[in-house]
Each structure stands twice: as C-alpha cells, then as structure tokens.
Design a protein around this ligand. Structure first.
Ligand code: NAD
Ligand code: DAU
Length: 349
C-alpha cells in the first residue's frame, strides 16, 4: 500500500503519520505538506529516517502539481488532513480557508478520481478528516450525531462543511470509496501554541496572561490526539465506503474550567504557590460568532468498530504539560519562528 497523508507535518497529521509508519512497515507513507506556519518537520524527527516514510513538500491548491504527483506515485489511498485549522485566522482571512480547505480538497478528489477510474485501478480509499464544528453550536443539552444537520458559523467551519459535501458528492456521483470522520477538539504534544491549551501552557511558563474569550463559558469536548489517530487507523481499515463517523472524547469542559485545571497542574509542576497561576487568567473580548457548546456522540464508532477514548482528561492534560515542559527546544523554536528553516525542503523523486 502506498498511502498519501496530507498535512502530516501539522499537529494531528504528525501523530497519524507516526502511527502508520511505525505500525505498518509494509506500507509506504507519503507525507504531503506545504509547510505553512502550522507545518513543522521537527514533529516527525523520530521517524524521518524510516525506510517506509517519504516527505513531499507541496501545495494541495496547486492542481497541476497534485495531478503529476498522483500520476507518478499511483497511490492506493489518501488520508486527507491538510487544512487551515485555526478559527481566529479564518475570521481575519477567510479566502485562505476557501483555497486550502475547499479547492485543495477538490483537487485531491479529482486526482484520486483519475486513479480510481483507471483500468485495473488499485485505488481503495479517500479518507477525509473533518471536524465537529460543521454541525454548529449546541445549547445546554444534546449531542452531535452523524445525522445532525450541518450549520457552520465560522469561515473555518463553513470551509470544512463545504469540503465534506464535496467528498460525499464524489462518493455519490463517481462511486468513489470515500469515508469521513468528524472529530471534537484534540489536545496533546505538537499542538501549535495559538490554540487554547498549548497557548496557555506557554503563557503560564512565561508568567504571561491567559486570554479567555468572553466569560469562559463555552464548552468543548476534548480528546487526546493519539486517541484520534487510533480512531483514524480503525476507520481507515474497517469502515464501509460512504460512511461517516463522529469521534469524540465524551469529555465536556467549559474553557474556564480547562484553564483552572491547567493552572493547578502547572502550579505543582513549576513548584509555584497553589493558586498563583490562576491569577494570570484575563477575560478578553469574545470571538465573533463564538460557538457555545460542542459535544460528540461517538456511539456509532464504538458499536461498529469498537473504538473508545483511552485517557481521562486529567491524565492526558498532565501528560501534555509534561511533554511541553520536557520539549522546551520545540516550543522555543516554534514561538521564535526558528522551525521555519525547514521550509526549503523539496520533493525529489
Ligand atoms: P494544523 O493546522 O496543525 O496542521 C495542518 C497541516 O496542513 C500543516 O502541516 C500545514 O502545513 C498543512 N497545510 C496547510 N495548508 C496546506 C496546503 N495548501 N497544502 C498542503 N499542506 C497544507 O491542523 P490540525 O489541528 O492538525 O488539523 C488537521 C486536520 O484535522 C484538519 O483538517 C482539521 O480541520 C481537522 N481537525 C482538527 C481538530 C483539532 O482539534 N485540531 C479536530 C477535528 C478535526
Ligand atoms: O472542534 C474541533 C475544532 O477544535 C477543530 O476543528 C479546529 O481545527 C481546532 O482549532 C479547534 O477549534 P476551537 O476554536 O474550538 O479551538 P481553540 O483552541 O482555538 O479554542 C478553544 C476554545 O477556547 C474556544 O471556545 C475559543 C477559546 N479560546 C481560544 C483561544 C485561542 C479562548 O478563550 N482564548 C484563546 O486565546
């Protein structure tokens, strides 16, 4: 199997690449990534020399490049994670999200369609990794299921919703072997420190204020990133074509409670007086169109394929804090921009 994983130098993608490279030595894993600000090859240092791993630098928005790559490599499957992923950035620059998340996805679908429709095709799967944000916002009760109507509110979630629709359309129209999963908020190692949890870990470390949007009452359903990668593995190998699975942690927290827990964990880890980190919490202007609550019902995935989350949030958050404290160089390189020296890596066949 030759599998193309897009966005493999990002947060979740790097965990998926690592899992597949280590678990399946008989597969060749191609990691296609543009290395935007969110892509960092240091995330894959431990596996970069493995014989079944290849890095390809490239842009999914560039149709000509994508078509050439698919023709040359004859992939058997795609796991598509490359995206612009940060809601706040989508509010300031929506078009970038349309290019990468919508047009980039359609470019990949077109290239995969050529392989799938060719005589004697060995193309088996187009796996699109999506988000629970496509379902919009919940009130105080209820959960998102696979049949919840789409109702995106941010340019980011609108672009992901659009890409999901295209994937389903290619399954229905061209009978392509597509699957989609919609996952809740991930956390864990290699998370870019613009997102809530790693941003606050970094700020606590440097005694900087912790910006909480609005009153901190918004609820997210947190899942340890390695559990997401495991779910992708299970779905990739065992789901039926045309299926959608929701993936979630059954782990709802208000933002303010997440940050209070993080402050307590880091009081201990940094030998600070109990309660000192909480004083860094600062309430700031709310995010525009801020979704109130996300909660995923992953019963279908649990019943069909036997997946469930493996970690309690307190344990996962402590592991995450330990990772950031032990990987100062990674964090310093990201916050200083030093990691971007990898930008010059080129694809050579
Ligand atoms: P990320 O921002 O950390 O990584 C995205 C990766 O895609 C980066 O390596 C970046 O360089 C690459 N990329 C961006 N534009 C590209 C382009 N035009 N061509 C090629 N590569 C490009 O994102 P993440 O948090 O790891 O999310 C990965 C996927 O999972 C996304 O599709 C996202 O929508 C989805 N998702 C994320 C979460 C979450 O909590 N982070 C939850 C559910 C679903
Ligand atoms: O639900 C899945 C989604 O989770 C993914 O599809 C997105 O790619 C991913 O970025 C994440 O989106 P969120 O907007 O939920 O994540 P973020 O870490 O940006 O914010 C989490 C919550 O914390 C959200 O309610 C906004 C709030 N927040 C965020 C930041 C960056 C703050 O209060 N202060 C902050 O500084």
């Amino acid at each position: 199997m030759k599998i193309l994983i897009t966005g493999g130098a990002g947060f979740i993608g790097s965990h998926v690449v690592r899992l597949f490279v280590n678990k399946y030595p008989d597969y060749t894993i191609y990691n296609l990534d543009k290395l935007t600000y969110a892509g960092n090859l240091a995330n894959l240092k431990d596996i970069e020399d493995k014989p079944n791993y290849k890095f390809v630098k490239g842009d999914i928005v560039d149709a000509e490049f994508i078509n050439k790559l698919f023709k040359a490599e004859q992939f058997n499957a795609v796991i598509h994670l490359a995206a612009e992923s940060h809601v706040d950035r989508s509010i300031t620059n929506p078009l970038e999200f349309v290019y990468t998340n919508v047009i980039g996805t359609v470019n990949l679908l077109n290239a995969a369609k050529e392989l799938y429709k060719a005589e004697g095709s060995t193309f088996k799967r187009f796996y699109h990794v999506s988000t629970d944000e496509v379902y919009g916002s919940l009130g105080e009760t209820g959960m998102f299921t696979e049949t919840t109507a789409y109702d995106p509110h941010s340019p980011y979630s609108a672009s992901k919703a659009s890409s999901d629709h295209f994937v389903r359309a290619y399954h229905d129209t061209y009978k392509m072997p597509c699957v989609i999963s919609n996952c809740s908020n991930n956390y864990g190692p290699y998370h870019f420190p613009e997102k809530l949890i790693p941003l606050c870990i970094n700020n606590i470390k440097h005694n900087k204020s912790l910006p909480i949007y609005g009153k901190g009452e918004n609820v997210r359903d947190w899942l340890f990133v390695e559990d997401h990668a495991r779910a992708i593995d299970v779905i990739f190998h065992n789901s039926k074509d045309g299926t959608t699975y929701n993936i979630g942690g059954h782990n709802e927290w208000t933002n303010i409670d997440v940050i209070r827990l993080l402050c307590r964990i880091m009081d201990k880890k940094l030998n600070r007086t109990e309660g000192s980190n909480e004083k860094l919490i600062t309430f700031v202007t709310d995010r525009a169109g801020h979704d109130l609550r996300y909660a995923i019902d992953s019963t279908k995935l649990q019943n069909d394929l036997g997946w469930k989350p493996s970690l309690q949030f307190e344990e996962g958050l402590e592991r995450t804090v330990d990772w950031y404290l032990q990987n100062e160089e990674w964090l310093n390189n990201v916050t200083s921009g030093e990691y971007q020296k990898y930008y010059n890596v080129q694809y050579t066949r």
